[in-house]
Design a protein around this ligand. Structure first.
Ligand code: PLP
Length: 370
């Protein structure tokens, strides 16, 4: 059996090990928040935002952010049908309803026109999920939000390193959320970040994230409201500090991998890949190929040949509306169709040239067949 080629794996160096060791050895007592503070400061600087709160996950960041916006029972939140359930779950936990709309065929992100058409008097937010590092059409979404008085939230879990006309993904909406799960470009094992430029929203989220204890509250053990406990640990933040010092290296390597696949596969004319429209930079979290319909190459076939070569074959997200716990009054054509002829390609930082060539050649061999 050939050695397995993984689709994703963190890049951990002596820097991460050193900081984590320091946090484990010394980061207690009055120093117990030191790396958390440093990580938040560095993340703010990286993203170009005013406020950041480290969280235990992106799901948690979305949950407290949407709670702070007052989203609750009877409300609706619009998002793309193509996504991991993590973005939808907090909406449900708040008692609100996720409204799934179709994606654009080229970016696989929310179709702004359909998002606008889905607005009702109960709509409380639109979530822009930058899928696989591909950017949503933020100008249009923000204009729609402004026109209708609805905040646009950015789920940038997959989009660290992605830039939209000079602005980083996650920095443009009412608030943004990030994930540092072990599969993501920057990792802390588990972890996330809430970011915003809105001072009032920041204060509310800060209070909510600390079990409802307001910053100025001097009475001990005195919560001002029922909040959440979605904090990041100092040891995780230490790893995050090291990863953030290496962020350009981490993103550049991801982009290098995507570009290699692009150069070797895109001009075959049988598939589409993560786009990078003019004026934008794709952080390239997850290189993905979507075969054209007429090739008749299916996801099942791709999974089989990848499995044969001992290569991870991660499938394109199922439409959330197809899951049993959600109702779907409409059929979202692109979200329903694309997963049948698509696959994510291995892209971890330490992927060797030979491994990448093996993956590319496998796809090339299919093009000869079709
Ligand atoms: C990974 C991911 C999440 C969830 O992140 P966690 O940190 O695991 O909560 C949310 N949204 C998107 C788009 C993701 O890819």
């Amino acid at each position: 059996m050939k050695p397995r080629i993984y689709y994703t794996k963190p890049s951990i160096t002596e820097l991460e090990v050193g900081y984590a060791t320091d946090a484990a050895r010394n980061g207690w007592g009055e120093r117990c928040y030191e790396y958390i503070g440093k990580f938040e400061e560095a993340f703010k600087a990286h993203l170009g935002v005013q406020y950041a709160i480290a969280t235990s996950s992106c799901t948690g960041a979305l949950h407290i952010g949407m709670a702070a916006l007052g989203i609750g029972p009877g409300d609706e939140v619009i998002l793309a049908d193509t996504n991991w359930i993590a973005t939808a779950a907090p909406i449900v936990h708040l008692g609100a309803k996720p409204v799934f709309v179709d994606i654009l065929p080229d970016s696989w992100c929310i179709d702004p026109e359909l998002a606008e058409a889905a607005i009702t008097p109960r709509t409380k937010a639109i979530i822009a999920v930058h899928l696989y590092g591909n950017l949503c059409e933020m100008d249009r979404l923000l204009a729609i939000g402004e026109k209708n008085g609805i905040p646009v939230i950015e789920d940038a879990a997959e989009a660290i390193g992605s830039i939209y006309y000079g602005k980083r993904a996650g920095s443009m909406g009412k608030f943004g959320s990030f994930s540092f799960h072990g599969t993501k470009t920057l990792t802390t094992g588990e972890g996330g970040m809430f970011v915003t430029n809105d001072a009032e929203l920041y204060e509310t989220v800060l209070t909510l994230s600390n079990h409802g204890r307001a910053r100025g509250q001097i009475k001990q053990f005195w919560p001002d409201m029922v909040g959440f406990k979605y904090k990041m640990s100092n040891i995780q933040a230490a790893i995050g500090c090291a990863q953030l010092e290496r962020i350009d290296e981490l993103v550049n390597r991801k982009r290098e991998i995507l570009n290699y696949y692009r150069e070797h596969l895109e001009n075959l004319g049988i598939l589409g890949m993560n786009p990078e429209p003019e004026g934008t930079i794709n952080g390239a979290w997850m290189p993905t190929v979507i075969f054209k319909k007429e090739t008749k190459i299916t996801t099942e076939k791709l999974q089989n040949i990848f499995q044969r070569e001992n290569i991870d074959a991660r499938v394109f997200f199922h439409p959330l509306s197809s899951l049993p716990m959600f109702e779907s009054p409409t059929v979202n054509i692109n979200a329903g169709d694309i997963p049948h002829r698509a696959i994510n390609l291995p892209s971890y930082h330490d992927l060797s040239f030979d491994e990448q060539k093996t993956v590319a050649n496998l796809i090339l061999s299919l093009s000869n067949e079709s």
